[in-house]
Design a protein around this ligand. Structure first.
Ligand code: 2HG
Ligand code: ZN
Length: 463
């Protein structure tokens, strides 16, 4: 419960209608897409300016009130969960285009702008915002930056980090700081902008962002190939990426495809069923690109890696092939999946895949396990589906054991326990498999420097 005098001060800052206490609002703003924690914020506040955000943070410091920053809450690691009476600060109202500069090819937007709206704005200017994923219709750019979101085009365009030219933030101490000011070159010491990218709300609130836009992409083709053997997908990737500038290289299993087809009504890419499918995309950067792609495909068939395949003949067919991959995550929600989001370097992928596969077969002989992911980035999404007979707690505690073992494997392969979804509450116990004790200490010192009273998203990333 917020003391009455704090409620009054918050109302002075944002106005009465921007401070929410209704149970529905607390529920809606208090969780992300994870289902393991119950929403229990003390209130939700919706500031409309950076100065209002600053006043809220200053007030929170005075009365020792924890803040959970909130974007589109499409996260999968509990990073935006307010379960302990925190104040949710939602950036929804700070969502305007603040400045567009065609000469710099950059746009400054409020952090609450929906990612899809930024993509659309870029398109209207004949440009391109290349970070894309299934949740882009509801995620917000501030949340994308706070989690350094990845998605389906990372092979060619990189993560969100690559596109952030400047940030306006309010740190945990309540200072407004402008970081990098949209500059392409700026060698003036530590680049604090990059500390905020991926900080998961633990250093402060991202309020505005200057985003570098890319040139509009060329027309592209999508190819889906059936592969019988997990490790051979990496051979196919190596073969294609050596000769083609790929804009995506994804994979999914037959089980994933079955579920998407039966629950979303999509059509299979071709009649032959294989254990796995690779989906790749390339832009038409030269007149002979299609011939080159076909030659690579034939080579992959000749050496026995690929069993069957299809290449899109139109943009609508390309879109439909993408749906087979993009709709997997949404389709799986009904089984309350336990999610792993792990990565290793491409060169270690094949051995790592074999080890994880063996571990999963031993540990989950009775569980349904669904594999898919951005294999072109070395990033695997391993979803374990909850059997009906298991309670959520039983299921979770079994999965936690396997996460420990996967963590040990990742340490051996020098991989990451979170490739793109972030750590949040879900993975903080495994962070030590990817980060050394010295690094953890340094991260804590950095947090202290930005957030001396430990009010910003406490308990996320680490304790
Ligand atoms: C994807 O690649 C998303 O589809 C979600 O990152 C992955 O739900 C997941 O495990
Ligand atoms: Zn993903």
């Amino acid at each position: 419960m917020l003391p009455q005098r704090v409620i009054e001060q918050l109302i002075d800052i944002v106005g009465e209608s921007r401070l929410l206490f209704e149970a529905d609002d607390l529920q809606r703003f208090g969780v992300d897409r994870t289902t393991l924690w119950q929403a229990a914020p003390c209130a939700v506040v919706l500031p409309g300016t950076v100065e209002e955000v600053q006043s809220i943070v200053r007030l929170a410091n005075q009365c020792n009130l924890a803040i959970v920053p909130s974007g589109g809450r499409t996260g999968l690691s509990g990073g935006a969960v307010a379960k302990d009476g925190e104040l949710v600060v939602a950036l929804d109202r700070i969502n305007q285009v603040i400045d567009f500069n065609p000469m710099d090819r950059s746009v400054t937007v409020g952090a609450g702008m929906i990612t899809g709206h930024l993509q659309q704005f870029a398109e209207e200017q004949g440009l391109f915002y290349p970070v894309d994923f299934a949740a882009s219709g509801s995620s917000q750019i501030g949340g994308n930056i706070a989690t350094n979101a990845g998605g389906i085009k990372v092979v060619k365009y990189g993560m969100t980090r690559n596109w952030v030219a400047g940030l306006k933030v309010v740190n945990g101490a309540g200072d407004i700081i402008e970081l990098n000011k949209g500059l392409a070159k700026n060698n003036t010491g530590y680049d604090l902008r990059h500390l905020f990218i991926g900080s998961e709300g633990t250093l402060g609130l991202i309020c505005e962002a200057t985003i570098q836009l890319a040139r509009a992409p060329l027309e592209s083709s999508v190819m889906v190939m059936g592969v019988e053997n997990f490790a051979e997908i990496v051979d196919v990737l190596t073969c294609f990426s050596r000769d083609l500038d790929l804009s995506a290289f994804e994979f999914f299993s037959q089980q994933a495809l079955d579920k998407v087809i039966s629950h979303r009504g999509h059509t299979e890419p071709f009649k032959t069923e294989t254990a796995f499918y690779a989906l790749l995309e390339f832009e038409h950067s030269s007149p002979d690109i299609l011939d080159k792609a076909m030659a690579l495909f034939e080579h992959c068939v000749d050496v026995g890696w690929v069993v069957d395949g299809v290449i899109s003949q139109s943009q609508s067919q390309a879109k439909n092939l993408w749906k087979l991959r993009e709709d997997i995550s949404g389709t799986l929600w009904q089984w309350q999946p336990y999610k792993n989001d792990i990565s290793v370097r491409i060169s270690r992928m094949a051995d790592f895949l074999e080890d994880v596969d063996q571990l999963v077969m031993e540990q989950y002989p009775d569980f349904e396990v669904i594999w898919y992911g951005h294999i072109g980035d070395g990033n695997l999404h391993l979803n374990i589906l909850k059997p009906e007979a298991f309670s959520v707690d039983q299921f979770h505690s079994k999965c936690v054991n396997v996460s420990e073992e996967i963590g040990q494997l990742l340490a051996k392969y020098e991989g990451s326990v979170s490739a793109e979804h972030g750590v949040g509450l879900l993975k903080k116990d495994y962070l030590h498999y990817s980060r050394s004790a010295v690094e953890m200490d340094m991260m804590r010192s950095i947090k202290r420097a930005f957030d001396p009273n430990y009010i910003m998203n406490p308990g996320k990333l680490f304790d």
